[in-house]
Design a protein around this ligand. Structure first.
Ligand SMILES: Nc1ncnc2c1ncn2[C@@H]1O[C@H](COP(=O)(O)OP(=O)(O)OP(=O)(O)O)[C@@H](O)[C@H]1O
Ligand SMILES: [Mg+2]
Length: 238
């Protein structure tokens, strides 16, 4: 397998405050890879740095065979690396349809807008039903679906999901987790997913990385991490 995303020893933070120290990871094509860790460990910072939303000091980030470290967030999206931020960040006073259309705003995705819309409505029939509704009035689960659908409108190769299960009921969490492998299969996607729901995400992911205080402290197959006594003690309450 060839790596779609390679992150090599990156450092990042906010102003003078360092958060990530020498973080490395890879995501192969067609893989689901999980990043887990406690609150404040640096998971969101990692995704935002990869997405070009935060400057990256040192190291290298390559995507689809090209260096992307110094690209703008917009150019990263155009290359096919799209993030669904924590909480979805929809535009609440715009309709579902308008939010989805904005997902296809970039020049590479725009020509396929109608086809992409049909695709996401087939994947998420609830969004087709609610297309005229303001995004701010969706339920938490519907909002997360809409945020994922909006990202798919941008025609990603790699989808980065930041805690998609946050704030959802157990039933909705299950639906979101069921959806990820379907997206990988049907949309030919690769997924890097950050989660606090450690047991569920490691069961789904091929591989995972544990981040503690801005550093990768463990990595391995989802199964290996699930049975790792340290991971069980720290994150699974076993
Ligand atoms: N805009 C910011 N300015 C300064 N410090 C920040 C900023 N955003 C995050 N931090 C700090 O960076 C560290 C890592 O935060 P980050 O949001 O990456 O954690 P996380 O692993 O995503 O946590 P959570 O699971 O709670 O979402 C924290 O100490 C946090 O306080
Ligand atoms: Mg976070």
């Amino acid at each position: 397998m060839t790596a779609l995303l390679t992150v090599e020893r990156i450092n990042s933070g906010y102003g003078d405050i360092p958060v990530l120290t020498d973080v490395s990871l890879t995501v192969d094509r067609g893989e689901i890879v999980a990043v887990v860790g406690a609150n404040g460990a640096g998971k969101t910072t990692l995704l935002r740095t990869i997405a070009g939303l935060l400057p990256c000091r040192g190291g290298a980030v390559s995507f689809d065979g090209r260096e992307i470290k110094n690209l703008s967030a917009h150019d990263v999206v155009v290359r096919g690396l799209v993030m669904v931020p924590e909480g979805g960040r929809l535009f609440p006073f715009m309709t579902v349809l308008e939010n989805l259309e904005l997902g296809a705003f970039n020049a590479s995705a725009r020509p396929a807008l109608q086809r992409s819309l049909n695709d996401v409505f087939a994947l998420f029939p609830i969004l087709a039903e609610r297309r005229r509704q303001l995004a701010g009035s969706l339920s938490g689960g519907e909002r997360q679906m809409c945020a994922i659908a909006r990202a798919i409108m941008a025609q990603p190769k790699l989808l980065m999901l930041d805690e998609p299960s946050l704030g959802l009921s157990p039933l909705m969490v299950e639906r979101v987790f069921d959806l990820v492998p379907v997206l990988v299969r049907e949309k030919d996607l690769t997924v890097l997913i950050v989660e606090q729901n450690v047991g569920d995400v490691l069961s789904m992911a091929a591989r995972g990385y544990v981040i503690e205080r801005g550093q990768v402290t463990r990595s391995g197959s989802g199964q290996a991490l699930l049975t790792d006594p340290e991971v069980q003690r720290a994150y699974l309450g076993i």
